[in-house]
Design a protein around this ligand. Sequence first.
Ligand code: GLN
Length: 531
Amino acid sequence: MTKYIFITGGVISSLGKGIASASTGKILESRGLKVTLMKFDPYINVDPGTMNPYQHGEVYVTEDGAETDLDLGHYERFTNAKITKFNNVTTGQIYNSVIAKERQGGYLGSTIQVIPHITNEIKDRVKKVAKVSGADCVLVEIGGTVGDIESLPFLEAARQFRLDVGYENCLYIHLTLIPYIRAAGEIKTKPTQHSVGTLREIGIQPDILICRTEKVLSEAIKEKISLFCNVRKEAVIEALDVDSIYKIPLVFKEQSLDRIILDHFRLKCKNSDMKNWKKAVVERAGRPMHKVKIAVVGKYIELQDAYKSIYESLTHGAIANSARLEIKRVDSEEIEKTGPDELLSGVGGILVPGGFGSRGIEGKIMAINYARINKIPFFGICLGMQCAVIEFSRNACGMSGANSTEFDKKTPYPVIALLEGQDLKSMGGTMRLGAYQCRVQKGTLASAAYRKRLVLERHRHRYEFNNRYKKQLEKKGMVFSGVHKDKNLAEIIELKDHPFFVAVQFHPEFKSKPDLAHPLFNAFIKAAGTS
Ligand code: GLN
């Protein structure tokens, strides 16, 4: 019988529900269970693919090409779960399919209502993930904060779920905040009491509370929370602020969260000590041998979440190289104003991430030129690769005005362009999405990093390198070190006379893990540490 865990959040947003869910998945996986994780997003968009990073943060792409919430990135980084398009469910998707079914006559005769039609559709999605994944335990994170109007159907479905599958197969975890009021010098439990009260009104009594706090919770406070929230004291888990998200599974483990969950499920599993995780991602990260400073040149640098997976992957690369990472976030529009010299001086490596639209493009191109001329290790990702091609075409191959047709439809040298027959009529889900095979050429930086001929990497873009210009660029020293053979698409480029100049059309940041850094991030940090 599959076991289900629903994770809700209370008091405020941004408490780290995604990381709490991923960490819970991790400690259960360490006990030998096969886990998978899914996220309910209460917004009406079908997926976050059409949302601005200011609205949503990073869009995380799965192997099968779904554009999903960034929490799914945490799920894949922390656990071995294979996350697919079924693992992110939005209100938009639910209504889309219920309405489509209604039009096809799927419910002939009935009045279609939130209960049971919408809630049944939500529950079916959970059961589908259970079936497709074959997991022993499905963890379901419910987006939003308890008390929101939008998430009510999801909470109602979660409530019904225990009735359907039985008490010992379904568990509720509530993540909450215990604020510390400095002026009073006190920790306050009232917001948590209210939030649990609201959950109970909906019919959900949480079995476990995970309490975010900046102060240690005394036994007396835990007793109080236990009494007022009707949760056993040992199931009041303290989640004290930590300096690395990768420590959270260990924090949970120390408080026996895994045992509490397994007891509820009446499961006996092998013991685990998480020694390997601790060694790989905590101890190693805690003993850096040298410092590496990386400039990330983008246009959403003030947003913590816009380049989430990039920042995490750089951290993984630093762990693999026993380096202490310092990230300098550089606004590409600032480079346009002041030039790159001052903003980029003293960095060991420069990374230009993905993006859409023309704002800040010239600043990115200037940063790449600076990296190329000054022989500073450079790593370009998606738009970063496209900008590297534009820079090289303009400044090394004499193609003045070279550009991507995304930014200049009339450019004399459309070095980046749409493929023939590609149309841009609808925006949602119409990009080259998901995993494509890339053949890596021997004797290149890419091949030294991957040590494999065939790699599978995830994409999310519309424009491609225009092969018409390949020969001209090659003549001046550009190497096309990775190609998608079937469609002859350039996937990796690098430069000959440069210590490390690598740019990729795909998104390697979606496949990096703290204990297994992506080979290209590993190689980039290595190069940046020795430059
Ligand atoms: N805007 C570019 C394209 O659509 C790059 C996309 C990206 O960086 N993810 O091709």
